[in-house]
Design a protein around this ligand. Structure first.
Ligand code: UGA
Length: 436
């Protein structure tokens, strides 16, 4: 089978490489010339463990190709996936569908055979129906079917998530479209992955509902963490005690600085708007958005209060900048507002992140310095702030930290260190929700 994917961004590229690995012939159309050139040169425009090797082996096997010419990509394709960006529209939170409709229109005009047009980008409920109307209007001569196949990939573990998903969701309304999508995911039958067949609107909503629910879990445990600090409870035990109840589940109950990234902030906001427009407001989703924003906006104050020292002229080491580990993604990272606030204190700030420094530089105040290693950032620091839980930071031994840092304060916003061990090494240690 041959398919085309429009957009060689995060979702498009990972999906293309993984479908090719499943044995499908995949052509990716990418309009941005610099991104296309990088792809053609075998360079990955995004940081994702395992992706470069997967792309290289599937290109070598002749199953995966990149082109700037959309008609070439879709020639002979039985399914055309749209995987272009859907940023938040300015001033409102609605997803901006300009790229989705522009891509769909180009595909529809260029098609010379019937095909299934599939949205992989996260699109507002009702978009599939609009695309079907556009197809009927532009190409009444061809039997174009529309399907929705949202992805549930996490940055940093995207390939594993694609190859071993909890489920695949397909919104399609014809047997032919369902058959094509089923065939594409056939290798997953071997691992008994549920393939959920639904209508278009349902599939579109599942994606938003799943992300909003996960964002709500994170936000809930963050609130509980704050409460734990006030009443002297331990949030990890609270999360464990809750999570062992199978109805709740243990995942996504790790407290931290608030959620960021390219998905949760955008999708929770979009769902709140979709629900308002549909006159079925989701007050819970609205609260998740507001509570998380307030948490991120208050991070600087939280750190300054926890440090309880005059930070003027002091040296602050920041470990981690990306919104989570194993990615270089800085979108909506809590590190941005936190560092902006810390920069106002008159302290010298030295930051280190294993992957995100290049992406972070333009987003942070010009006064921020960047270290080449974690050790370099820590050397001479009065205060250490952990923003992202990269594994290499977990390995930092208390004695080594104590040796490198003249100051003795740690604010660990990801709870990666053992409070007792840090206190034994002479540190004033503040985690999240583990008493104070
Ligand atoms: C998320 C979803 O997990 C994916 O299923 C979905 O496909 C993706 O969005 C998307 O819509 O494309 P991602 O944004 O890559 O994936 O990152 P997550 O691992 O879900 O983390 C999101 C945020 O929540 C991060 O800021 C993370 O630090 C935070 N988080 C997560 C916590 O603070 N605590 C947790 O227990 C879990």
């Amino acid at each position: 089978m041959k398919i085309a994917i429009i957009g060689g961004g995060y979702v498009g590229l990972v999906s293309a490489a993984c479908f090719a690995e499943f044995g499908v012939e995949v052509a990716v159309a990418e309009t941005d010339p610099s991104r296309l050139n990088r792809l053609l040169a075998g360079e990955m425009p995004i940081y994702e463990p395992g992706l470069e090797a997967l792309v290289a082996s599937n290109r070598a096997a002749g199953r995966l190709s990149f082109t700037g010419a959309l008609p070439e990509a879709i020639a002979g394709a039985e399914a055309v996936f749209i995987a272009v960006g859907t940023p938040s529209r300015r001033g409102g939170g609605h997803a901006d569908l300009t790229y989705v409709f522009a891509a769909a229109e180009q595909v529809l005009r260029a098609l010379d055979h019937p095909a299934v047009l599939v949205t992989k980008s996260t699109v507002p409920v009702g978009t599939g129906r609009k695309l079907a109307a556009l197809a009927a209007q532009l190409r009444p001569d061809l039997a174009i079917e529309v399907a929705s196949n949202p992805e549930f990939l996490r940055e940093g573990s995207a390939i594993g998530d694609f190859m071993r998903p909890d489920r695949v969701v397909v919104g399609a309304e014809t047997e032919h479209a369902r058959t094509i999508l089923r065939a594409l995911y056939r290798p997953l039958n071997l691992i008994e992955t549920p393939i959920l067949m639904t209508g278009l609107e349902t599939a579109e909503l599942i994606k938003y509902a799943a992300n909003a629910f996960l964002a709500m879990k994170v936000t809930f445990i963050n609130e509980m963490a704050d409460l734990c600090e006030s009443v002297g409870a331990d949030v990890h035990d609270v999360a464990r005690g809750m999570g062992l109840d199978g109805r709740i589940g243990r995942k996504f109950l790790h407290p931290g600085p608030g959620f960021g990234g390219s998905c949760f902030p955008k999708d929770t906001l979009a769902l709140a708007r979709i629900a308002q427009d549909a006159r079925a407001p989701s007050r819970l989703t609205e609260a998740v958005v507001a509570v998380n924003e307030a948490r991120k906006a208050g991070l600087g104050r939280r750190i300054i209060d926890a440090a309880a020292i005059d930070l003027r002229g002091k040296r602050i080491a920041i470990l981690g900048l990306a919104f989570k580990p194993e990615t270089d993604d800085m979108r909506d990272s809590p590190a941005i507002p936190a560092i902006e606030a810390l920069a106002e204190t008159g302290a010298t700030i030295i930051a280190y992140d294993p992957a995100a420094m290049a992406a972070a530089k333009p987003l942070l105040p010009g006064s921020i310095q960047f270290a080449e290693t974690a050790s370099q950032a820590i050397a001479g620091a009065d205060l250490l702030v952990v923003m992202t839980e990269w594994n290499e930071f977990r390995a930092l031994a208390p004695a080594r930290l104590a040796q490198a840092m003249p100051g003795r304060v740690i604010v660990d916003l990801r709870n990666i260190f053992d409070p007792a061990a840090m206190r034994a090494a002479g540190f004033v240690y503040h985690g999240v929700g583990r008493g104070s």
